[in-house]
Design a protein around this ligand. Structure first.
Ligand SMILES: NC(=O)c1ccc[n+]([C@@H]2O[C@H](COP(=O)([O-])OP(=O)(O)OC[C@H]3O[C@@H](n4cnc5c(N)ncnc54)[C@H](O)[C@@H]3O)[C@@H](O)[C@H]2O)c1
Ligand SMILES: CC(C)=CCC/C(C)=C/C=C/C(C)=C/C=C/C(C)=C/C=C/C=C(C)/C=C/C=C(C)/C=C/C=C(\C)CCC=C(C)C
Length: 628
């Protein structure tokens, strides 16, 4: 079939099938056609051009199955008055109004937002927007949702990809953001309360269990450091002051002035408390009350498990959030595994009329006149929306999805203050149940000999045994051990496949031996299943630059002051996830999702906004960040 373009003399061959009365689906075409404007020269059988291809085809035939369909030949006439851009000598006609309305070039879509990635940050942003009435498209590179909070199944085991400690999953207060995100789309999950957040096994045989009941925890800790009892109480009380202030607010976008000023008006003391602590870190506050280096090292370990850095580098607001929520709402594990959270959010998203596509690897963000208007996938498909939200890390967003040379000043500043935290070596194991004593806690943190190794690669070991709470995750008579320890990608590069496999076994064996010596004699002999992941595995399956766990401060930060919110200096482009305020952690990225959805909803007209106040606040926040 021949087709002629009004703005060029090109003639193209393509094949299409008729779809009832509604149009024609292209099944192949010879050239990369992005145009919508054409005249059918012969017969009614064929009518639609491939709208997906944008680059020259390597072969003569495009076999892209994901093309939309063109509704009527008449529609092509309505597209005559649109901008024309020359690509490869073929006139490309883009209907600008449609693109501005978030429509794809075939007129489909009409999205308010495209979310790149379905980590918890991305999914919370997407679902919150969907319940506000937005039409959202989530594009996920992998085959299931959840990112670091996903799951995988092997030999009858259901493994959590990331760790299994869930904050923000209770039924009370304002900070149960996971519960709230699920409830917003009509989902409620059954959870199992965890009696102990973590059992610390530290140098000098210091063993501390963080009990769910705050008083039990404080009694245990002060019994180990009776001479520091007063200081310990004062430090944790200061954390409670911040937590209570946070818990009294309705949490929305701190970049939206009508909401922010409203909160200051309703809760001035709480907001000023938070503003006061915003630039402060937990370690320096702990030092106001505590002198014993060992108890200060314990506070370091408390912070390290949630920030991968010591207390001096951990923002006080974040420390307070986790050190108190574990007692206020408690740590609760979702029945069926952490992966159920993302599955439920995805279902909720679809129930609201929005969509998620898997195996959709976004390779670039399309910028038009300085505004983010769409995305391009590795298979050349393009999608357009009014706004683009990236749940990829900032290093991936600004280093890969946008051209490197376009790195905005704000991002340069971010990269000056924050570097990529290391990744993890993770070992997922199935073991015979009898190797674990019956009263074993679910989560452990092990640093046997020397406090100096806390932040060293492979120094500290995290261990979760989710089957202690939900036995359905493993075959009968078996437990899951998920062991992880910090490790950098540099340690795993430049190896042959054989050396890589040997090294994985060697490093994993050392870690397992340490756990065997410290906690579970006979552990090695009880292993029934074992799979080892390295930073390269994290990079591959989570699409995170160097497999990083998230951002960490290069030196001592000014608390949370330097952490960017969701808007970026590119109009229409937002970020969500752990490289946004307030940082790493499932509850933290859920908050970033809530904030992002609020800001985007205001920008697409689904929430109240004031352009004048917006401009003022965004400038003020930019200036505050520059002080960090
Ligand atoms: N508390 C815990 O135990 C626990 C457990 C797991 C994860 N976490 C936290 O979760 C945080 C990460 O959450 P998040 O929401 O920021 O992100 P994430 O990394 O979990 O998810 C990002 C998603 O985006 C997808 N993606 C990335 N680039 C893409 C592209 N170009 N095209 C399409 N898809 C793409 C990835 O495949 C992934 O599914 C971490 O900081 C970690 O702290 C915590
Ligand atoms: C704007 C301005 C300037 C000012 C104003 C003021 C105000 C109002 C302010 C406000 C603020 C706010 C609201 C804030 C908020 C915040 C938040 C929410 C935060 C949160 C956070 C969280 C976090 C950080 C979390 C984290 C977690 C994690 C990371 C976890 C992890 C875990 C793991 C790893 C586990 C372990 C394991 C074992 C041991 C085994």
């Amino acid at each position: 079939m021949n087709t002629r373009f009004p703005n060029s003399q090109s003639f193209l061959d393509f094949k299409a099938t008729q779809l009832g009365n509604s149009g024609f689906q292209v099944i192949s075409c010879m050239l990369p056609l992005k145009t919508l404007n054409y005249t059918v020269l012969h017969g009614p059988r064929l009518s639609k051009l491939c709208l997906s291809c944008s680059k020259p085809l390597k072969t003569q035939i495009c076999t892209n199955q994901e093309v939309g369909f063109f509704r009527t030949v008449e529609r092509s006439k309505s597209l005559l008055s649109v901008r024309t851009k020359s690509v490869m000598g073929v006139s490309e006609v883009v209907e600008k109004d449609d693109v501005a309305e978030g429509k794809n070039k075939d007129g489909s879509g009409g999205y308010d937002a495209i979310v790149i990635g379905s980590g918890i940050g991305g999914l919370v942003a997407a679902t919150q927007l969907a319940v506000k009435g937005a039409k959202v498209l989530v594009l996920e590179k992998y085959v299931i949702p959840g990112g670091s909070s996903g799951f995988y199944e092997r030999d009858g085991y259901t493994f959590d990809v990331g760790s299994s400690v869930m904050f923000g999953f209770s039924d009370k207060g304002n900070l149960n953001l996971i519960t709230q995100a699920l409830a917003a789309v009509g989902c409620k999950m059954e959870v199992i309360p965890d009696p102990t957040t973590v059992h610390f096994h530290l140098p000098n045989n210091l063993s501390v269990q963080v009990h769910r009941e705050y008083d039990d925890f404080i009694s245990e800790l002060t019994s180990k450091f009776p001479h520091e009892k007063e200081g310990i109480l004062k430090f944790y009380n200061e954390c409670w002051k911040i937590f209570n202030a946070l818990n009294s607010l309705e949490l929305k976008s701190l970049e939206e002035p009508i909401y922010l000023f409203g909160q200051f008006f309703k809760k001035p003391v709480e907001c000023l408390t938070l503003a006061y602590y915003l630039p402060q870190n937990a370690g320096s506050i702990a030092r106001n009350y505590l002198k014993d280096p060992e108890v200060l090292s314990f506070i370091d370990a408390e912070c390290f498990i949630v920030s991968t850095v010591n207390a001096l580098q951990t923002p006080m607001i974040n420390a307070s959030m986790v050190l108190c929520d574990r007692h206020f709402g408690g740590i609760n594990y979702p029945v069926g595994g952490v992966g159920e959270i993302a599955k439920s959010l995805t279902k909720g998203l679809a129930d609201q009329g929005s969509e998620i596509l898997y195996r959709a690897n976004v390779t670039s963000i399309i910028i038009d006149d300085g505004k983010a208007v769409g995305v391009r996938l590795s298979d050349e498909r393009e999608f357009f929306a009014k706004t683009i939200i990236s749940n990829a890390t900032r290093w991936d967003t600004f280093g890969k999805l946008l051209k490197k040379q376009d790195l905005p000043k704000e991002e340069e500043n971010f990269q000056k203050i924050y570097i990529k935290a290391p990744s993890f070596l993770s070992i997922h194991m199935g073991v015979k149940a009898e190797v674990l004593p019956p009263d074993t806690d679910c989560h452990h943190f092990v640093l046997e000999d020397d406090w100096k190794n806390l932040e060293e690669p492979y120094g500290s070991i995290f261990l979760s045994i989710p089957t202690m709470l939900d036995s359905s995750l493993a075959p009968k008579g078996r437990h899951i051990l998920h062991i992880f320890t910090t490790s950098s990608i540099e340690d795993w590069q430049g190896l042959t496949t054989k050396d890589y496999e040997i090294k994985k076994e060697l490093v994993a064996d050392k870690i397992i031996s340490r756990l065997e010596n410290k906690l579970f004699p006979g552990l090695k002999a009880s292993i029934e299943f074992k799979e080892v992941g390295t930073p390269k595995t994290h990079r591959r399956y989570l699409a995170r630059d160097s497999g990083t766990y998230g951002p960490m401060p290069r030196s001592v930060p000014k608390g949370l002051l330097g952490m960017p919110f969701n808007t970026t200096s590119i109009n229409g482009l937002y970020c969500v996830g752990d490289s946004c305020f307030p940082g790493q952690g499932v509850i933290a990225v859920a908050f970033s999702g809530v904030m992002c959805a609020h800001r985007v909803a205001a920008d697409v007209g689904l929430e109240k906004r004031s352009p004048v106040l917006d401009a003022g606040l965004l400038r003020l926040l930019g200036w505050l960040r520059s002080l960090a």
